[in-house]
Write a protein that binds this ligand. Structure first.
Ligand code: AHR
Length: 490
């Protein structure tokens, strides 16, 4: 029997809803086909946005969407994507698949998508190959209300009012595809570019996110915090879970038990990364004003056979769902520092929450994890602990992970992940100073390879969970292998 203790008297920090954000790049079929099909498409749409996809994302309460990249961002010139569509520049998306980018999805379309989704906007600017003026003018175009060249241009393009821009990224992966810069060079560039990312409206303060490290590059974090920490609101972190190596990553649906555990061990490295980057940031920002923004995370497998290698299209199984559950519990536990995260990517690319094929759309196992975790959004994290053995021989992989938060009405939300392929977990949960009157639970479980396909889209979905019994101060539950469970306790 594993013991699970939750302490409602220990209120730790706010679980920002933005931890549950997603990333959408001009890459493969993420934007085009995945979200945007154009106004004249036979696929049901509103102003060009697929109705099925918008409804699915609304149902998980997607709080924030990052756009337009990724590596694409540091080659993107925003003025190519405004004005009459017929006269927008056509170009080659050199980074992703060498296909024609017709710029029919640009700034206005992105904000229309956010409007339909009811989510906040996170736009990443071009520091790698763009100018300070170009970046500055984009922010002016998006956020300035009044008389100015960019506000006038926006009005002429059909949108008189400025949009609400919550976050602006000053470059992406500038240690790599965003210009191959050193930490020192980028820190100086960041300070320069960010100076002209103006806040025109005190009610619409744009939070500036600096390009952060790749994985365990703690020196990058140190240099950025030292040289530019005071000029940023967030520092990004990118970490992908790759089962094999970058040349042979491994397939999304074909893997051995050993590979399953390797994937999860590698996903669990996120715990160490967040912990150690947080410790470096603490040296310069002990108040934790600057958020760690994990704006690219997820599994990266080999592309599905027969698809364009530059499109990064992969299937998604229960294994990916367990990665998502592990990762989101880590972010919740570190929500005093992790203020936003964006799974890569939203639709049809990498660890997507939905896949499309023409008119069809399916929800992936990962989607249902976001559905279960939605109840944590904007709650207060509680002190909690679960006993659990380590399943890994070489590294770290807890059999069980959890996080617990409390809603304003006093409901406790807990999410527990069972990473084992074979072992059921009997869990006894005790909540300090609480008389429990009701427990409801929902589960996502299945064989590790289980997935949804266009032929069989209903194989994996979350369902009500019955193997839970209320006790005077908590509950007992029998949690099956390879599962994610959400408990709502009153
Ligand atoms: O998400 C795919 C790519 O991964 C992004 O464009 C880039 O930022 C990262 O290397």
């Amino acid at each position: 029997m594993e013991k699970y203790l939750i302490n409602p008297n220990q209120k730790l920090a706010s679980v920002s809803r933005d931890i549950y954000g997603a990333f959408s790049e001009h890459l493969g079929r993420c934007i085009y086909e995945g979200v945007y099909v154009g106004e004249d498409s036979p696929i049901p749409n509103v102003n060009g946005m697929r109705i099925d996809v918008v409804e699915a994302l609304r149902a998980i309460g997607l709080p924030v969407l990052r756009w337009p990249g990724g590596c694409f961002a540091d080659e993107y010139h925003w003025k190519d994507g405004i004005g009459p569509k017929a006269s927008r520049k056509k170009m080659i998306n050199t980074h992703w698949g060498g296909v024609v980018e017709d710029n029919s999805f640009g700034t206005h379309e992105f904000f229309e998508l956010c409007r339909q989704l009811g989510c906040d906007a996170y736009v990443t600017g071009n520091l790698g190959s763009g100018t300070v003026q170009e970046m500055s003018e984009w922010v002016e175009y998006m956020t300035f209300e009044g008389v100015s060249p960019m506000a006038d241009l926006r009005t002429r393009n059909g949108h008189e009012k400025p949009w609400r821009l919550k976050y602006f990224g000053v470059g992406n992966e500038n240690w790599g595809c965003g210009g191959n810069m050193t930490a020192d060079f980028y820190a100086d560039q960041y300070r320069r570019y960010a100076t002209y990312v103006r806040n025109y409206d005190y009610k619409n303060r744009v939070q500036k996110v600096a390009c952060g490290p790749s994985g365990g590059d703690y020196n990058w974090t140190d240099v950025l915090m030292k040289k530019a920490g005071r000029a940023m609101d967030g520092l990004s972190l990118h970490y992908y879970t790759v089962t094999g190596d970058w040349a042979h990553k491994g397939k999304a649906l074909e893997f051995t038990d050993e590979q399953y555990y390797t994937t999860l061990e590698k996903a669990y490295v996120m715990e160490e990364l967040v912990h150690r980057h947080d410790a470096v940031m603490d040296r310069y920002d002990p108040e934790k004003r600057v958020g760690l923004v994990v704006d690219e995370w997820g599994t990266w497998h080999d592309v599905e056979e027969g698809t364009n290698p530059g499109f990064l299209y992969q299937q998604n199984a229960m294994r990916d769902a367990i990665v998502a559950g592990l990762t989101l519990n880590i972010f919740n536990k570190h929500c005093d520092r992790v203020k936003m995260a964006n799974i890569a990517q939203t639709i049809n690319v990498l660890q997507a929450v939905a896949l499309t094929d023409g008119e069809q759309m399916l929800l992936t196992p990962t989607y249902f994890v976001f559905k279960l975790f939605r109840d944590h959004q904007d709650n207060t994290l509680l002190g909690s602990y679960i006993t659990s053995k380590n399943l890994s021989e070489k590294g770290k992989l807890p059999h069980l992970t959890e996080s617990a938060s409390i809603k304003e009405d006093g409901t406790i939300v807990s999410t527990v992940v069972n990473t084992s392929l074979t072992e059921t977990a009997d869990v006894l949960c005790q909540i300090a100073d609480r008389e429990v009157t009701d427990v409801e639970a929902e589960i996502l479980t299945g064989e590790a390879h289980a997935h949804n396909s266009f032929e069989e889209p209903g194989q994996v979905a979350s369902t009500a969970f019955a193997d839970v019994t209320r006790t005077p101060d908590g509950f007992r539950a029998t949690i099956p292998p390879c599962s994610v469970v959400k408990f709502l306790v009153k």
